[in-house]
Design a protein around this ligand. Structure first.
Ligand SMILES: Nc1ncnc2c1ncn2[C@@H]1O[C@H](COP(=O)(O)OP(=O)(O)OP(=O)(O)O)[C@@H](O)[C@H]1O
Ligand SMILES: O=C(O)c1ccc[n+]([C@@H]2O[C@H](COP(=O)([O-])O)[C@@H](O)[C@H]2O)c1
Length: 212
């Protein structure tokens, strides 16, 4: 199967920012910009999830994709429907399908600190950590959940200091870092809740009350 990639990758360092993006917001852009800066990324590829295995009641892919397009306007950011093309939902499956097709590129998985807390519930989470370096970016919330997470404990031995993270390429995964960057409070849940208060009928497709 041929894959339409969002841009060049050979010899380049690319951050992969997967997300449900229901909708994309300025917090996502904030972490994409910080990751670029702290990890010396050439590009950030935003990957709207085909369907997050741990979430229900997502808005249609097309609407989420369009919201990412608006938020990712930057000369070194691209949006891709890779998961749609690959037919994958689990990140492990996405990366296993993608990485062999983009040899010559250096890829880093980007995620907010909230995802560390439940990372051990992701499909093949420990094998996933063996596929790519992972950069975790600070997010408001109780930092203990990240610090005490199964992931942080299991992989404590291969955690790099933030200053060493631009040298990810010198290490075989598993390797990860936690970037204690300035915080941004935006959240999709909050945006959906505000939209719902303004007009409950129009928002029925992603009623925040249905999430928990
Ligand atoms: N304000 C933020 N600061 C840091 N990371 C964030 C922030 N918002 C989202 N992220 C990260 O961006 C990625 C995609 O997030 P997602 O699309 O789930 O947004 P969200 O605001 O967390 O959504 P929801 O409120 O619906 O759970 C995740 O890795 C998440 O941790
Ligand atoms: O593979 C999994 O089991 C898995 C579970 C939860 C989330 N993910 C991925 O993690 C990324 C961020 O998810 P989210 O819910 O924070 O938007 C997105 O690309 C999801 O597809 C992946």
């Amino acid at each position: 199967m041929s894959l339409v990639l969002p841009g060049p990758y050979n010899g380049l360092r690319i951050g992969l920012l997967g997300g449900t993006f229901n909708p994309a917001h300025s917090g996502h852009r904030h972490i994409a910009l910080l990751a670029m800066q702290h990890l010396n990324l050439d590009w950030v590829w935003w990957i709207p999830a085909a369907g997050n295995p741990l979430k229900q009641e997502e808005a249609p892919f097309e609407a989420r994709f369009a919201s990412v397009k608006r938020m990712a306007q930057h000369p070194r950011m691209r949006v891709t429907d890779l998961e749609r093309q690959l037919g994958t939902r689990y990140t492990y499956d996405t990366l296993r399908a993608l990485l062999p097709r983009v040899k010559g590129g250096e890829f880093i998985w980007l995620m907010g600190a909230d995802n560390l807390r439940h990372f051990h519930r992701w499909g093949n989470w420990d094998k996933l950590a063996n596929l790519v370096p992972i950069a975790v970016i600070a997010r408001p919330g109780d930092a203990r959940f990240a610090r005490l997470s199964k992931f942080a404990q299991r992989f404590s031995w291969c955690r790099l200091a933030p200053a060493d993270a631009p040298a990810f390429h010198r290490f075989m995964p598993p390797v990860w870092t936690y970037l204690p960057t300035p915080l941004h409070t935006a959240s999709s849940t909050q945006i959906r809740a505000q939209a719902y208060q303004r007009n409950p009928f129009r928002q029925a497709i992603s009623n925040p009350a249905a999430k928990n």
